[in-house]
Write a protein that binds this ligand. Structure first.
Ligand code: 2X7
Ligand code: FE2
Length: 298
């Protein structure tokens, strides 16, 4: 069997607004569009991904929150309706997805072997979280490949950002070993916004872009700093800075997704491609990719 490879890492933010704005058949509410810069960025990402042969998407989502360890979706098939608890008027999405169970089990075993607390989710009635669904939909609206979804153990809330990031690093390295042993070609999705303080009210028309802006200037400065570092290939420095960024910008990186993805790639000195940066209800969102046909780390 050929050695498996991680052939891509993507920062794939999951505001449900982006699915709402696209009006796909799976989502009930209808919109007049909105957040085009981000949606056009995802479109360009999809075009580039189409040129990279891959078998599976592996996503780590901040909205599957497990307080005892990291859980991995490990049943073969999940279907149901996902409703965003904060934006139910924007996101009521009917999903039907396949899981690469062999890879899911391998990641869970490898992470457990590395000392993390882990669990497999096999309950067929389990409702998949909207972070997983939105990121996977925006990267592959046809759901043409199986996925593996990993939860976020909330060690930031229970301990510190540093504990969370360290666990995410170990999980990233375990994920890489599991992929390599699987023979599969995988693309990893860090499902998260950057700065994450959002407005507490909404206009009459959610997609009215005349209201859309970053919540505060501090968040903008932090987001731009992180994006510039990632565009310059300074990924290890970003991982080192993650605790401070997460605290100062109230960033969604508290979930560990970005540290997990960059660590799995081996924190390459390679520039990430910025497909788009934009705000959604005041949060900062970058769509970025590290794609390489021959895999990471080189
Ligand atoms: O989950 C989210 C998010 N991360 C950012 C913006 C708006 C809604 O949902
Ligand atoms: Fe979120």
């Amino acid at each position: 069997m050929a050695q498996g490879r991680i052939v891509g890492g993507v920062i794939a933010p999951h505001p449900p607004h982006l699915v709402y704005a696209d009006n796909p058949p799976q989502n009930e509410p209808r919109s007049e569009g909105g957040w085009e810069m981000l949606r056009w960025g995802y479109e360009r990402l999809r075009r580039d991904l189409a040129a990279i042969e891959h078998d599976v998407l592996i996503v780590l989502s901040p909205h599957w929150q497990t307080y005892v360890g990291w859980h991995v979706l490990a049943g073969p098939h999940f279907s149901g309706k996902s409703v965003d608890p904060i934006f139910p008027h924007l996101f009521r999405y009917t999903y039907d997805l396949e899981v690469d169970t062999a890879l899911a089990e391998a990641i869970e075993s490898e992470a457990r072997g590395a000392g993390l607390v882990t669990e497999r989710m096999t309950n067929p009635d389990f409702r998949v979280d909207y972070g997983t669904i939105v990121s996977c939909h925006l990267v592959d609206p046809a759901w043409s490949r199986p996925i593996v979804s990993i939860s976020s153990c909330r060690a930031t809330a229970y301990y510190t950002v540093e504990v969370m990031q360290e666990q995410a690093r170990i999980l990233g390295e375990a994920t890489r070993r599991a992929v390599e042993a699987s023979g599969k070609r995988a693309v990893l999705l860090a499902s998260n916004s950057l700065s994450h303080r959002h407005f507490t009210d909404e206009g009459e028309l959610p997609e009215d872009m005349s209201r859309e802006h970053i919540t505060n200037h501090g968040q903008h400065l932090w987001d731009v700093k992180i994006v510039e570092m990632l565009r310059a290939g300074r990924t290890q420095e970003v991982v080192d800075l993650m605790p401070e960024f997460t605290r100062q910008a109230i960033a969604e990186t508290d979930a560990g997704s970005l540290t997990w993805m960059l660590s799995a790639l081996g924190c390459p000195d390679a520039p990430g491609e910025l497909y788009a940066y934009g705000t959604v209800i005041g949060t900062g969102n970058a769509v970025m990719g590290w794609l390489r046909e021959e895999g990471w780390p080189a």
